[in-house]
Design a protein around this ligand. Structure first.
Ligand code: NAD
Ligand code: UDX
Length: 464
């Protein structure tokens, strides 16, 4: 079979950009991204895409209507596809067995059931979502139990390693593409079909094939080890603050060792995003189920250290402001979990804002890409607060950083947006309450220059 038609179930942060790049690089293949959400599909078909990713607008504009389509016709898309990516969300379970840790596979299962219902011809089904080890087996069980005569399936694992904010460049020049499949004649043939798609732009040497379970576990392992580096450097930031060492200097010295490398050693208020916490919790749960409590405890510590770091940062804010925030106005610069995205899932800014609100502060928030509705939802949902009306009265959202900081007692930098580096902090100082505080949770500002202007400055991993 030569793949002529691809369908992707799930038009989210992964399905949308991944399939847009496939469509760009494989003009002879028709790619349809299908989703249950009418609103999301309408946005993908509009001028304002549902997600912000540098470079994505151009790719979508080039391909949409040519060989790239966004649709709510999920059954129709499955019917005509030779290869189907499952790229649906796999959140942490919030109720039942494994609640708070295990991955909730209900969307993956519903996608598999739909494929089984609809398919009339042979399909390669590719697990793109991040899943627990052996999830491909569950997908296979559903497909085989409902198999129609003459229809065969091959299930592959092809985890995605893109990071938000750099998704397009990550996809165009991936460090590696990972494909797991069955070691049978049919399995190897399916792996080759998927390889041939990526080979349109990724050198063959960077396409790594392996068994399905290794591929599934590699994705969890990669995220766990990336997050572990951040927790490691954040743990050392506490030592720096207590001793007078500077965590940036320590990170530089350590990272110059080519065996360690310099990436992912940026100490911060803590890691956020939809993946790290969810995937490590999933790994912890798997280890517990496999009766490996020591291994589970080891990885759990990466999450615990991240919670500690967020807590340490907000405690520092409260203690510096005379241990009371009641009636004070605090400006939060940045609400996204990192720069160059509008995504706020697990953003440390949510923890910071909630703590400040709990302490009685009014908060004024500015983020260049996060919508007002999203911030409102993040800070007033029942998991975050008991009295949404009380919180709402004390939250104001701005489209300009100068207006957001006007009249505030303190500024808290929660996201490392480049534009925050270049703000006119002299002008801002003039319009703030005194003493004026800046808490730099991302270590992006020129602290000495701010001190010279009159600010009281605190940051991570350095006593100022
Ligand atoms: P998302 O929530 O942005 O998108 C998932 C989409 O799937 C939603 O639009 C939802 O409506 C849709 N959906 C759910 N069930 C469906 C069904 N049966 N048929 C069609 N559509 C359905 O999620 P995401 O961030 O794109 O993540 C998707 C997967 O990729 C997750 O497993 C995640 O862990 C993994 N992942 C995410 C990233 C990232 O940076 N966000 C990176 C690598 C891997
Ligand atoms: C991550 C993985 O990097 C990616 O490979 C995977 O596919 C999905 O999960 P993402 O969560 O989008 O990507 O962004 P990432 O750049 O990894 O940042 C995650 C969080 O860690 C952010 O809050 C970021 O600010 C923080 N971070 C990152 C640090 O605090 N310090 C660092 O040195 C790097």
């Amino acid at each position: 079979m030569t793949i002529k038609n691809i369908c992707c179930l799930g038009a989210g942060y992964v399905g949308g950009p991944t399939c847009s790049v496939i469509a760009l690089k494989c003009p002879e293949i028709k790619v349809t991204v299908a989703d249950l959400s009418k609103e999301r599909i309408a946005q993908w078909n509009s001028d304002k895409l549902p997600i912000y990713e540098p470079g994505l607008d151009e790719v979508v504009k080039t391909c949409r209507g040519r060989n790239l389509f966004f649709s709510n016709d999920i059954s129709g898309s499955i019917l005509e596809a030779d290869l189907i990516f499952i790229s649906v969300n796999t959140p942490t379970k919030i109720t039942g067995n494994g609640k708070g840790r295990a991955a909730d596979l209900k969307y993956v299962e519903s996608a598999a059931r739909l494929i089984a219902d609809v398919a009339q011809s042979n399909k390669i089904v590719v697990e793109k979502s991040t899943v627990p080890v052996r999830a491909a087996e569950s997908i296979a069980n559903i497909l085989i139990a409902n198999q129609k005569p003459g229809v065969t399936y091959q299930i592959l694992s092809n985890p995605e390693f893109l990071a938000e904010g750099t998704a397009v460049t990550d996809l165009l020049s991936a460090d590696r593409v990972l494909i797991g499949g069955e070691d049978t004649k049919e399995g190897r043939a399916a792996v080759e079909e998927l390889c041939s798609i990526y080979e349109h732009w990724i050198p063959r040497t960077k396409i790594v094939t392996m068994n399905t379970w290794s591929s599934e576990l590699s994705k969890l392992a990669a995220n766990a080890m990336l997050a572990q580096r951040i927790s490691s450097i954040n743990s050392l930031s506490a030592v720096c603050e207590a001793t007078g060492a500077d965590v940036s200097e320590v990170a530089r010295a350590v990272g110059l060792d080519s065996r360690i490398g310099s990436k992912f050693l940026q100490s911060s208020v803590g890691f956020g995003g939809s993946c790290f916490q969810k995937d490590i919790l999933n790994l912890v749960y798997i280890c517990e189920c496999l009766n490996l409590p020591e291994v589970a405890a080891y990885w759990q510590q990466v999450i615990d250290m991240n919670e500690y770091q967020k807590h340490r940062f907000t405690t520092k804010i409260v203690e510096s402001c005379f241990n009371t925030l009641s009636g004070k106005k605090i400006c939060i610069l940045g609400f996204a979990f990192k720069k160059n995205t509008g995504d706020t899932r697990e953003s440390p800014a949510i923890h910071v804002a909630k703590t400040l609100l709990d302490e009685g502060a009014s908060i004024k928030i500015y983020d260049p890409k996060v919508d007002k509705e999203q911030i409102d939802e993040d800070l007033t949902n029942p998991y975050v607060c008991e009295n949404p009306e009380d919180f709402r009265k004390r939250i104001a959202i701005y489209t300009d950083p100068y207006a957001a900081s006007n009249g505030c007692h303190a500024i808290v930098v929660c996201t490392e947006w480049d534009e925050f580096i270049h703000l006119d902090y002299k002008k801002i100082y003039g319009n703030m309450m005194k003493p004026a505080y800046i808490f730099d949770g991302r270590k992006i500002l020129d602290h000495q220059a701010l001190i010279n202007m009159g600010y009281h400055v605190q940051t991570i991993g350095k006593k100022l």
